[in-house]
Structures are given as structure tokens and as C-alpha cells.
Design a protein around this ligand. Structure first.
Ligand SMILES: [Zn+2]
Length: 148
């Protein structure tokens, strides 16, 4: 490892430590279905993995009352170890449901691309799809609200 890489690694560790401290101050809002609320979405979008590994995206107003999907579109890119998979969504009633399933298991990164409308710039949300249950909040780790 050369010196510049060492410094970069050190900087990364310090950043992570600072982020952890900040996150501890503010508890993440809970997705009503038990999923992950995507930050800075309006209306709020919740990413929820169903038992059969399909994904449901539900939208909520500021008071977390469900609102029907409007012009939003979502694509999820699953970065599973053996195969990268793109999952498309379609409207079903008031929510968006995935047309195919996420790769089996978990522990890989997903990128959720949300467009508020056809013309809007996509918002990207990248996080690890950890499906284990958190001991603190009893939610799936990907939707954990503890920030331990
Ligand atoms: Zn938790």
C-alpha cells in the first residue's frame, strides 16, 4: 500500500466516523410497511422487499398517509455477486411493484433509481440489501432505524 492510498483510507475512515456520529443524532423515519423510506423524496417513497423477493414502492404524504403513485417511475439495479440485475416496475393499484424478483439472498448492494416524472432527473439511492432482522428495532437491516 503506498502512502497516498493509506491517506485516502484514513480519510475514508474518519468520514465514516463523522457520518456515524451525525446519524446517531437523528433517528431515521420508519417506513410504515417496515421498509426503507428513501431520503428527500416527495411524496415519500418506501422501498419494501416482499417475502417472495419482489419489491413494492409505496408513496406517503408528510403525515405518512399513503398516496397513490402518480407519474413516478422506479428502476432497481441489484448488484448481486454473480449477476447484476435490473428490475423494472409497473403500477399496480396505488403502488409500484417489481415485474421480476430480486436475486436470491441478500448482502449485495442495490441502487434504486426514482424519477418523479418522465422529465425529472433521476434520484439514486444506494444501500446494502441486508435482510437480516435487526436486534434493536426488529426491522430488516436495510430498513433499520437504530443507526447503532
Ligand atoms: Zn435497527
Amino acid at each position: 500500500m503506498n502512502t497516498s492510498i493509506k491517506l485516502l483510507t484514513l480519510a475514508g475512515v474518519l468520514c465514516a466516523a463523522l457520518l456515524t456520529v451525525n446519524a446517531a443524532d437523528q433517528k431515521a423515519p420508519e417506513g410504515p410497511k417496515g421498509g426503507r423510506l428513501l431520503e428527500k423524496t416527495e411524496p415519500k417513497a418506501e422501498f419494501f422487499v416482499e417475502k417472495d423477493h419482489t419489491v413494492t414502492i409505496t408513496f406517503y404524504d408528510a403525515a405518512l398517509k399513503p398516496v397513490a403513485v402518480a407519474a413516478q417511475t422506479v428502476t432497481v439495479i441489484a448488484e448481486a455477486k454473480d449477476a447484476k440485475k435490473t428490475v423494472e416496475f409497473e403500477k399496480k393499484g396505488d403502488v409500484l411493484v417489481s415485474k421480476s424478483k430480486l436475486p436470491a439472498g441478500g448482502g449485495y448492494n442495490v441502487i434504486v433509481q426514482l424519477k418523479a416524472s418522465a422529465e425529472a432527473r433521476p434520484q439514486n439511492f444506494r444501500f446494502e440489501l441486508d435482510l437480516h432482522t435487526c436486534g434493536g428495532c426488529k426491522r430488516a437491516e436495510y430498513a433499520c432505524t437504530c443507526h447503532e
